[in-house]
Every structure is written in C-alpha cells, then in structure tokens.
Ligand binder design. Sequence first.
Ligand code: FAD
Length: 463
Amino acid sequence: MHATERSRSAVVEDLRAALGAEQVVDDADRLARLAADRSGTVQGAATALVLPRSTAEVQEIVRIADRHAAPIVAQGARTSLAGAASAVAGAILVDFGGMNRILRIDPLERLAVVEPGVLVSELAAAAERAGLFYAPDPVSAEWATIGGTIATNAGGMRCIKYGVTRDSVRSLEVVLADGSVVRTRRDTIKSVTGLDLTSLVVGSEGTLGLVTEATVTLRSAPGPSRGVSALFPRIDDALEAAAAVATEAAPPAVLEMLDDVALTAIRAHDPTIEAPASARAWLLAVTDARVGAEEELDAFERIFSEHRALRVDRADDPQRLDRLFATRRALNPALDAYTGGALHGDIAVPRGRLGAFAARAADISRSFGVIVSVGGHVGDGNLHPVVAYDPDDAEQARLAREAQRALLSAAQELGGTVSGEHGVGTEKLHALDGELSPRVRELQLAVKRAFDPKGILNPGRKL
Ligand SMILES: Cc1cc2nc3c(=O)[nH]c(=O)nc-3n(C[C@H](O)[C@H](O)[C@H](O)COP(=O)(O)OP(=O)(O)OC[C@H]3O[C@@H](n4cnc5c(N)ncnc54)[C@H](O)[C@@H]3O)c2cc1C
C-alpha cells in the first residue's frame, strides 16, 4: 500500500473507532458525489465524510485530523458559489446536516440557540411561529444552513434594512483546530468584553474553527410587505432613483434592480414571469414597516416618478408582490439558461459608484464581445454581474472568464470589493491583493496561524 493510502486508511480507522462506522463514509463514488459545492470546482479527493451529531463528536474528529495533519472542510448544504465547501486532497469532510436542532427560542432575550445544520428557512419559520423574525434571507434560504450562512456572512435582499448575517449573530460555540471548544462571548444583548471573536469567525469560511452552536438575534415581527416597482428608460435613471430612495426615504426593506439584459433573459426563460420589454431597467422597493407604510410607498412612487420612470406599479397585496419577487428571483436561473453558460459575480461598490460600475460593465461587454448583465442589491451597492456565454465555444468561454476578471478589477478600482456576499473560497483568491494591503494580509495570516497553527482548517481558501 502507498504511504498516502496507508495514512488515509489510518484516518478512516480512527474516525470509525471514534464515531462508529455508520457516521463515516469512505466509499470513493459517494465521496466524489459529495465533493463539490455549487461552484463545481474541487481541489482533490477527500479521504472521508463524517456525520457528527454533537459538539463532542466534532471535537473527536478535529483531534484525529490534528493527529494526522489531515485537512478539514466543513460542509453545510454545499450551496457555496465560491468553492469554499468543496473537497481538498485528503480532506475529512464534516457534514453538519445531522446537527439540526433548534435548541431554544427566547422571546425576552430576543434570541434563538441553534445547531449549525438547521436550515435558514426552518429557523425563520420557527421564529415566525413565536411571533418573532430571523432577518437574514439569502435566496438559498430553503437549502442553506445556519452554519454555512454564518461561515460566509451571507447576505440577501433585506440587508439594506437589517444588515448581513453578522448583524444577527450574537455568540458562537466553536471547535478550534486542536479540538478544544470555546464560546466567543456571553449571550447578552450588549457585550464589549474582550476582542470581538464572534465577528472574526463569522465570514471566516471554516478557516478558523468549526461552528457547533450559534446564538442568533431575533427581532420583532415586521409588518406585511408591500412594494412599488418601476421601469426606467436608462439604467442611470434607475440608479439615481435608487440613490434617492436610499437617502431621502426611510430605509426600505428591499431595494433591487434588474437591467435590460436580465429582463430579456427572464422573458426568454419563463414567459409566465412578468418582465416588461419596454425598459432598460427595473426597480423594486419594498417596505415592511408596521407604522407609516403608506407614506413610504407614496415616497417610493414619488421618487420613481421624479426620476423619469416610464411606469410605476404599486403592489399592495401579497400576490402582486410575490409576482414582483418572482421577477427578481428569476435573475440567476434565467441568465444561466440564456446562452447555456454563465459566470456569476457578487461585487460591491460604494452606492455612489454604481453608475460608474454599470458604465464599466458595458465597456467590458463591448470590448470582450460577451453578454454582461448587472442587477441585484442596488440598495447595498452589491451587484450580481453575470457574464453569459456559449459553453460549447471555447474562445467565448475564455473571453467570458477574462471579462469576469475585468469586472472584479473594475469594482476594486472604484473603491469596491470582489465579494459582497458569496465569499472568497478558492474562486476569488487571485483578487485579494487588489484590495487588501500587504500589511493587512500579513495580519490576517497571523490571525489564521493563531487559530490554526498547522493549517488544517479549510486550507487554500479565503486568505
Ligand atoms: C441558488 C442560490 C442562491 C444563493 N443566494 C445567496 C444569497 O442571496 N446571498 C448569499 O450570501 N449567498 C447566496 N448563495 C450562496 C450560498 O447559499 C451561501 O454562501 C450560503 O451561506 C452557504 O450555506 P451552506 O449551508 O450551503 O454552506 P456551504 O456551502 O456548505 O459552506 C459554505 C462555507 O461555510 C463553511 N461552513 C459550513 N458549515 C460550517 C460550520 N458549521 N462551521 C464552520 N464553517 C462552516 C464551509 O466550509 C464553507 O467555507 C446562493 C447560492 C445558490 C446556489
């Protein structure tokens, strides 16, 4: 037996002894099926996949990995678009799907204590049953886990009002790289004692520790959602209207945009979804205010009209609003289907630079000869530029990749970032130097070494 194979089977033997055979998968075909996240990229064959049921079992797994210097990759639902949850060579994949209990919902403290494998949609539903509200709402909420969304600091459509996942995380139980377990802070609403390790672990993509329990903030239930959509003759009109909503009106719960490329792709993809043909841009502003919603809707309508909207449409009832959300949610599937291949981005720029980014995207589309769509969370300055291409045309696929890199550089040159919500994973490592100074990168690597001196936690990702 080859030395690598010997050490792999020693890892599997130790895992089986610690957890029992039924919680350890080492069948090569099954492992291959579980190796990739939604980025589709994999960095090597895993040694095993383990299914822990408790923090103590996670500690055992990490101690074994530490002893064998085996890499560990945590997996929630593998919906990462950044290659952050895919296998690396020799990895122990830790699937948190079995740690999926909601342990406590506390209306007085406004919190929930949950295991990492709970789905975002399950926690949101449980909070709602208790008359409360879990704000983070990634489009992947039906599949994504609390652990995965914490580890990526996921965003969504409601961030303009409620912030990103980090803004709803109070404290974490984390298993560190040596197998010890820590609680990052007390669960009080306020705490400024010590450094804020919770914030450091949130968004760390499994590189600093494994989250085995999370205390998250629940809010008062919002009012019913109602919205206003509008069509604009130019993308700049829509962006100026969005800026006016962000500065003049009370913060909307949602402020989203689609461009004409997205609207065309949506019409082609599903004619039952509303995507008007007559405009260059579409905006949706939503309020969930319990008091003053009518005034907010009036303000959205007024601002849209003042910015040359071709048509303004008020969605007072839930069915009408659902139809507008269906239009927005069709963005990614429609562009995936448009030409058969699509590269998705998640850049963010200062809101005042959105117009400049849209202009750069149009230039990039022309100079590379590829289709580029810019739409997304304009309220946060966070766009999802998508490069659509024909995957059977190798030259077009190459140009699409180059165009995507140019879009990332454009965001950085405009004072923005290559990732507003999906994370770095392996997919955006090449872009880190474009926005983090050498000193900042050094500091981040020093933090990584302090947490994980042997570099076993999700190596080659994030940093
Ligand atoms: C259709 C679709 C829509 C999407 N919409 C959004 C969106 O609106 N907003 C957004 O931000 N993202 C979105 N995403 C991306 C993705 O859903 C998020 O990144 C999500 O947070 C990943 O959750 P997950 O449970 O699938 O985690 P995974 O993909 O399994 O893992 C993501 C990262 O978290 C780490 N991790 C997982 N569990 C733990 C744990 N317990 N402890 C430590 N590290 C852990 C993994 O190692 C990896 O680095 C979307 C993806 C798809 C496919």
